[in-house]
Design a protein around this ligand. Structure first.
Ligand code: NAD
Length: 350
């Protein structure tokens, strides 16, 4: 396996391969850039088919976090970790504690949080070993309503305001009544997003490899269940990817019938050129790391004990940032992802 010539390597500061014989932990932690502050990013647990696939993912995801924190103006750098394994089969408290030890060894250069395949309980287990964990504090608002440190609701909120901004820009609508949205993946973020969209009057089409999650959306929200592969072909206004990355690619773009791609998944474009292909096809793309920054904003301010209403205000500002990106993109005849990248790169330049 090549590393410094790896196609996803992009001046990453540090990449650590972590193993624990007793628990069978196999993990990779990647720190992309710490110019703005410590590298914060989620820990993904997934049954990767190979070590190469896991490395690919962690290199891409950690770089994405640098861009996300920078564009959200947070005092954070970008990092990410992956655990190779099936969260439903291989996860044990001992494994999570071993991951906590791996994080602790980096002395605060990397701060871990939840991601696909991990949750608040896992972070609490890691938190018993290392203080460099976020996404665990219980937060209460002025009315005394408390919730756990799970960042998914804020990620969903940011994605929801992002969809509103995109619909407003592309369709000239200020409401979502009757807007058709296809959601790929109704897990932690996807199901919160589905509820908000439903409350706003949107019509939902959902797919997930977890059939129970789909059934829940059908019975609770009257969503239409869609077969996994058919999600790209839906006659909808918005395609909202909320599962895994690289789903905007040569195979899927010709199939998309939506005029907007706006969802929470990280690294949605398989390659940058796919952002251009979307623009050429007249599809408005809300750059993933801009629209899904709600979680990292939440997690960042949790560490600095910022009040809930302030966090909500900053999450809602995602809509304004996207509006600016969409407007500039039109004025400069450049794809939206390029303008977002430019803005982020200016902000994390060392
Ligand atoms: P999750 O694991 O809770 O949900 C993902 C869902 O997608 C699961 O229900 C899973 O069964 C489903 N899925 C997996 N493969 C699929 C496929 N091929 N087709 C359809 N469904 C599939 O994860 P999550 O926390 O909801 O995160 C979803 C995405 O959003 C990820 O890309 C994650 O990196 C990104 N994200 C999450 C947060 C957060 O706060 N949780 C923040 C930013 C970005």
């Amino acid at each position: 396996m090549n590393f410094f010539t790896h196609h996803e390597f992009d001046h990453h500061e540090q990449v650590v391969f972590c193993h624990d014989q007793a628990t069978g932990l196999k993990a990779i932690i990647a720190i992309h850039n710490t110019h703005r502050g410590p590298a914060l990013g989620g820990c993904r647990m997934y049954p990767y088919a190979s070590d190469e696939e896991a490395l690919n993912d962690v290199l891409r995801l950690s770089k994405g976090m640098t861009y996300k924190s920078a564009i959200a103006n947070l005092p954070l750098g970008g990092g990410k970790s992956v655990i190779i394994g099936d969260p439903r089969r291989d996860k044990t408290p001992e494994l999570m504690r071993a991951m906590g030890t791996a994080v602790e060894r980096l002395g605060g250069r990397y701060i871990v949080a939840e991601d696909s395949g991990t949750n608040v309980a896992d972070m609490l287990l890691m938190g018993a070993i290392t203080q460099h964990v976020s996404g665990i504090a219980e937060k209460c608002d002025a009315k005394g309503n408390c919730r756990s440190g799970d960042p998914s609701p804020m990620t969903a909120r940011g994605t929801f305001v992002g969809i509103q901004a995109a619909v407003n820009h592309r369709l000239g609508r200020t409401d979502l009544e009757g807007i058709r949205v296809a959601i790929q993946g109704v897990g932690n973020v996807g199901h919160h997003l589905a509820k908000q969209l439903h409350d706003a009057g949107a019509k939902l089409f959902v797919s997930d490899i977890n059939h129970t999650a789909v059934d829940q959306m059908v019975s609770e929200l009257g969503a239409t269940a869609v077969a996994n592969e058919a999600i790209y072909d839906q006659e909808v206004d918005v395609f909202a990817p909320c599962a895994l990355g690289a789903i905007i690619n040569d195979q899927t773009i010709p199939r998309l019938r939506a005029s907007i791609v706006a969802g929470a998944a990280n690294n949605q474009l398989a390659e940058k050129r796919h952002g251009e292909a979307l623009a050429k096809k007249g599809i408005l793309y809300a750059p993933d790391y801009v629209i899904n920054a709600g979680g990292v904003i939440d997690v960042c301010y949790e560490r600095n004990s910022v009040a809930q209403d302030q966090i909500i205000k900053q999450v809602d500002a995602i809509g304004e940032t996207l509006h600016e990106i969409f407007t500039r993109s039109e004025a400069q005849h450049k794809p939206t992802y390029e303008l977002a990248d430019q803005l982020a790169e200016e902000r994390f330049a060392g």
